[in-house]
Design a protein around this ligand. Structure first.
Ligand code: PGA
Length: 262
């Protein structure tokens, strides 16, 4: 299990799902479940639901970070359809995902774009969950660690140690996202350890040791205990299974049980 200084984080990436009422209800239920848990929990609704979710949690007096799934790297201006970090902060949203594989591989974001968004998010004082991971071809070609290293160096090359304290990494093998296929716990552990090694090279041993590295890719209640038990897996970024309160709650419980027994 991860060392005590890396508090586990279970994050729900809701992608382009739910209605506003559905998002609010799910957020309320997740926040109730997360209250008092000895792990961190965060949720990432669609942009248009963030404000309503934040208001509902404020009314309930519950505290779960509510993040955005993407952001612009520009402060303002003629960028039709984009949402700035300032707009997010203005409504009380202080977390953001960058580099999610669907943005890299479906929308076409390059390493440079991901780097720019990551730097902008951290520069704006947001907590940033940077997603990295290899495609199936890359895995089968034995390139997993090289791809992760390239994506990490591209995104983190210009990041200061102070900003690193607000960065979380999510290793998400692309072939495991939404497919029902997961990396085996041993394969995931190997990839996480290699990621931590790159962090050590970039920022030194202490920073590498304290940075949380989440696993993502068909994480669910049934496989969470084995994956989350690995020493370099510090939580999960959960897509499909985060849309059901019971299933997501069970993943939170699995992380909490491991944290208690560590
Ligand atoms: P999944 O998605 O859990 O549905 O595989 C994970 C993610 O894309 O973050």
């Amino acid at each position: 299990m991860h060392p005590a200084q890396r508090r586990p984080l279970i994050a729900g990436n809701w992608k382009m799902n739910l209605t506003r009422d559905g998002a609010v209800a799910l957020a309320r239920s997740v926040a109730r479940h997360a209250a008092g848990a000895c792990v961190d929990v965060a949720i990432f609704p669609a942009f248009v639901h963030i404000d309503a979710v934040l208001s509902a949690l404020r009314t309930d007096g519950t505290e779960v970070p509510v993040g955005a799934q993407d952001c612009s790297d520009a402060p303002n201006g003629a960028f039709t359809g984009e949402v700035s970090l300032g707009m997010l902060k203005d409504i009380g949203c202080h977390w953001v995902l960058t580099g999610h594989s669907e943005r890299r591989h479906v929308i076409g974001e390059t390493d440079d774009i991901v780097a720019s968004k990551t730097a902008a998010a951290l520069g704006a004082g947001m907590t940033c969950v940077l997603c990295i991971g290899e495609t199936l071809d890359q895995r089968e070609g034995g390139e997993t660690d090289a791809v992760n290293e390239r994506q990490l160096r591209a995104a983190l090359g210009g990041i200061s140690p102070a900003d690193m304290l607000k960065l979380v990494i999510a290793y998400e093998p692309v072939w495991a996202i939404g497919t029902g296929r997961t990396a085996t716990p041993d394969d995931a552990q190997l990839a996480h350890a290699a990621v931590r090694h790159v962090l050590q090279d970039l920022f030194g041993a202490e920073m590498a040791h304290r940075t949380r590295i989440l696993y993502g890719g068909s994480l669910k209640a049934a496989n969470a205990p084995d994956l989350l038990a690995k020493p370099d897996i510090d939580g999960g970024l959960v897509g499909g299974a985060s849309l059901e309160a019971g299933e997501f709650g069970a993943i939170i419980d699995a992380a909490a049980a491991l944290a208690v027994s560590a």
